[in-house]
Ligand binder design. Structure first.
Ligand code: PLP
Length: 368
């Protein structure tokens, strides 16, 4: 029997069994440092090389364009702070704090940062970028939003940036492993991803850097990752990430289809309650952001917790902050609904029974 119903998959996901199994040897029996010249190290070096190729294949990149990092936050920091031309940055109001606070740090260092406003659905319109781009040299706009799930038209935005000679970074942490991501067709120069968002381990991710993109190392040290990201590699994490990503990509369309059906079921079951669903038509499968009139998202979260159901009020990194999230503010959710915002994010392990239990619990809480 389940101990709880987990519906906070945008915060993190459960490690897949095959990823765990693939990781175990690298944590114990094959523990050698991949940078050493003796043969005991060779297996680890080969495992990293194979994992890099698997990941590259999953996103349409070349293996020498994949750089392993400690996760989404590091990848975002690197893309923004390491960009040699990021004296002028354009981003959006609804980015994750890993991007927003990196931009803030760059602004302290005298960079000029502009924040594009989204539509009510959380879409960054190409016209908005066109209007603001004149002085831009780095554009950073997320592929899919972690709170409301809205997917951006990255290819179009990227074309605008490139036409002005700007570089384009996208935070694809919520997208990779959940929707098709092909760096060549998106046209991006840099793309961030994190393993724990696609059933891989925590503390490992990657930054895709298109060949020839000027980017300084984020920190200095040894010659790992082609001299661009120093530090002994997280071999087990890298291997687990590759296995998890490949597995998620192989089952992606099937999972998405099922989760979109669950979304419909959940919304239907909530009929009679006064709420707004936030996010665009084109959104991540399973991400359901709802604002209930006159309610407190915080109180709903705690009452759901008492019923053994894990949901969120926004991004996990923001859970100490009881204010309305910056994303809900930016898209302009009416005040009487904004405080009552919750995020349900379904994942590959959720079932129809989970969805029925979630909607039943929500109705009990909101009607009492
Ligand atoms: N970017 C987005 C859109 C996210 O949702 C997250 C995590 O919530 C991050 C970046 C940070 O990723 P990590 O937890 O791997 O540092």
């Amino acid at each position: 029997m389940k101990r709880y119903i987990y519906a906070d998959n945008a915060a993190t996901t459960k490690l897949s069994s095959s990823a765990l199994e693939a990781m175990l040897p690298w944590l114990q029996s094959d523990f050698a440092n991949p940078s050493q010249p003796y043969s005991f190290s060779r297996a680890a070096k080969t495992a990293i090389k194979e994992s890099r190729q698997i990941i590259a294949d999953c996103i349409g990149a070349s293996s020498d364009e994949i750089f392993f990092t400690s996760g989404g936050t590091e990848s975002d920091n690197w893309a923004i702070k390491g960009s040699t031309i990021s004296r002028s940055i354009i981003t959006s109001e609804i980015e994750h704090h890993a991007v927003l606070n990196s931009c803030k740090a760059m602004a302290v260092g005298a960079a000029d940062v502009k924040y594009l406003k989204p539509t009510r659905d959380g879409v960054i319109l190409p016209d908005e970028l066109e209007k603001n781009i004149s002085a831009a040299s780095l554009v950073s706009i997320m592929l899919a939003n972690n709170e409301i799930g809205t997917i951006q038209t990255i290819r179009e935005l990227c074309e605008i940036a490139h036409a002005r000679g700007a570089l384009f970074h996208t935070d694809a942490v919520q997208a990779v492993g959940h929707i098709p991501v092909d760096v060549k067709s998106l046209g991006v120069d840099m793309l961030s991803a994190s393993a724990h968002k696609f059933n891989g381990p925590k503390g490992v991710g990657f930054l895709y850097i298109k060949s020839g993109t000027p980017l300084l190392p984020l920190h200095d040290g040894g010659s790992q990752e082609n001299g661009k990201r120093a530090g002994t590699e997280n071999v087990a994490g890298i291997v687990g990430m590759a296995v998890a990503l490949k597995e998620n990509c192989e089952r992606m369309s099937q999972t998405a289809k099922r989760l979109y059906c669950y979304e419909e079921l959940l919304i239907d079951n909530l009929s009679g309650l006064d709420f707004i669903r936030n996010g665009g038509e084109d959104h991540l499968p399973g991400v359901i952001n709802l604002s209930f009139k006159g309610a407190s998202g915080e109180a709903i979260l705690h009452r759901m917790d008492l019923k053994g159901i894990c949901i969120s009020t926004g991004s996990a990194c923001d859970s100490v902050n009881t204010q309305v999230s910056h994303v809900v503010r930016a898209i302009g959710v009416p005040e009487e609904y904004a405080q009552g915002t919750i995020r349900i994010s379904l994942g590959v392990d959720n079932t129809e029974e989970d969805v029925i239990a979630i909607s039943t619990a929500l109705k009990q809480i909101l009607l009492n």
